[in-house]
Design a protein around this ligand. Structure first.
Ligand SMILES: [Zn+2]
Ligand SMILES: [Zn+2]
Length: 348
């Protein structure tokens, strides 16, 4: 199947229905100004925003919720009632899936507490999805920009990092990427996303009140591109299902747009006239495959197989493969982490 349609969107958003500072109309305006076509709002333990679900001009609004105990946060998607956060993580995940939903493990690798934040990590990494994991797909928030920035905040750098937020960003942690690879290598299908976790907190500083960080700005950072074989449906339920199935099938990638847009990258496996995209499982039985990647700009890219770099190049690469494995693509610009594509699952 060729996935010719790519739509940018943002995941993990808070509004005034929990601890965000923006109303839905404000969030929607900011997302449209940032050029997004879809957003997933996940307020803490509430689905109050549901009445805003649907198309707002060319922006599709989807509403899930973040299950938010003291730690172990989980984005519950495709659920129509709030899942009780007083349960153990395994139990609320099971309930999400039992109700026909799916979810994303949020900011799993937090380690630091400071003036700005507590440690909200995912405590038990043996819990990676529903008990019945077979054929059930789970998401992992590989990079959460708010969490990344907060983890790097100190009393001495806090004003500098506020004015130059990039100084406080280092990308997905190595442990998170390694966990993601291990899960996929073990056949526990896990798709990766980048989350903005935007709240637009109003914070008092010596010269007044600042916003950390505005919706419009955050929507220009981590952007998830979902890939479809047909254009977005005009029916809002169908459109929502298109986003959900692209995510769960791993037909997406994300980039930090502070370091450049990535609307039409190529990352496929090819044999003769046939090609396979991210999320697909081509077989080597009929002969070697060629991985073709082109990110369309001057980026350092690397092809990774089962967690190990196989080959790296600038902007584009072609690489013949004869070994099965979980193949994914990373991109860096100016030495900074920039792009993460979901895997192609190459079978023996
Ligand atoms: Zn959270
Ligand atoms: Zn959050």
């Amino acid at each position: 199947m060729s996935l010719n349609f790519s739509y940018p969107g943002a995941i993990h958003i808070h509004t005034i229905y929990s601890d965000g500072s923006g109303s839905f109309p404000e969030v929607i305006t900011a997302a449209r100004e940032a050029g997004l076509r879809w957003i997933v709002v996940t307020d803490h333990d509430t689905l109050e925003g549901k009445r805003f679900e649907g198309w707002h001009d060319d922006l599709l609004v989807i509403v899930g919720h973040e299950i938010t105990p003291a730690r172990n946060h989980f984005l519950a998607l495709n659920v129509d009632q709030v899942i009780d956060n007083r349960q153990a993580p395994q139990d609320y995940i099971d309930e999400v899936y039992g109700r026909g939903g799916f979810g994303v493990i949020a900011h799993p690798d937090e380690r630091l507490k400071n003036d700005f934040k507590d440690v909200y990590r995912w405590d038990d990494w043996t819990i990676d999805g529903p008990r019945d994991r077979q054929n059930r797909v789970v998401g992992l928030e590989l990079w959460n920009i708010m969490s990344d920035w907060g983890e790097h905040l100190t009393p001495t750098n806090k004003y500098l990092n506020f004015f130059i937020p990039r100084l406080g960003l280092s990308g997905p942690t190595p442990a998170t990427l390694a966990w993601w690879d291990r899960l996929n290598m073990a056949g526990r299908r896990t798709f990766g996303i980048g989350g903005v976790d935007v709240h637009a907190f109003k914070v008092s500083v010596p010269w007044g009140v600042v916003e950390v960080f505005p919706y419009r700005w955050m929507f220009s950072t981590l952007t998830n591109y979902v890939l479809f074989d047909i254009p977005f449906a005009t029916d809002p339920m169908q459109a929502r299902n298109q986003v959900f199935s692209a995510l769960t099938q791993g037909r997406s990638y994300f980039a930090n747009r502070l370091d450049g847009d990535a609307p039409n990258i190529v990352f496929i496996a090819r044999r003769n006239q046939e090609s396979w995209s991210v999320g697909d499982s081509p077989s080597l039985a009929a002969g070697p495959l060629t991985i073709v990647a082109d990110v369309g700009c001057n980026a350092h890219i690397q092809l990774i197989r089962d967690g190990q770099v196989v080959v790296s190049a600038v902007r584009a690469l072609r690489h013949s493969i004869v070994q099965p494995g979980v193949y994914r693509l990373e991109g860096y610009r100016g030495g900074r982490p920039w792009l993460y594509a979901n895997p192609i699952y190459v079978q023996a």
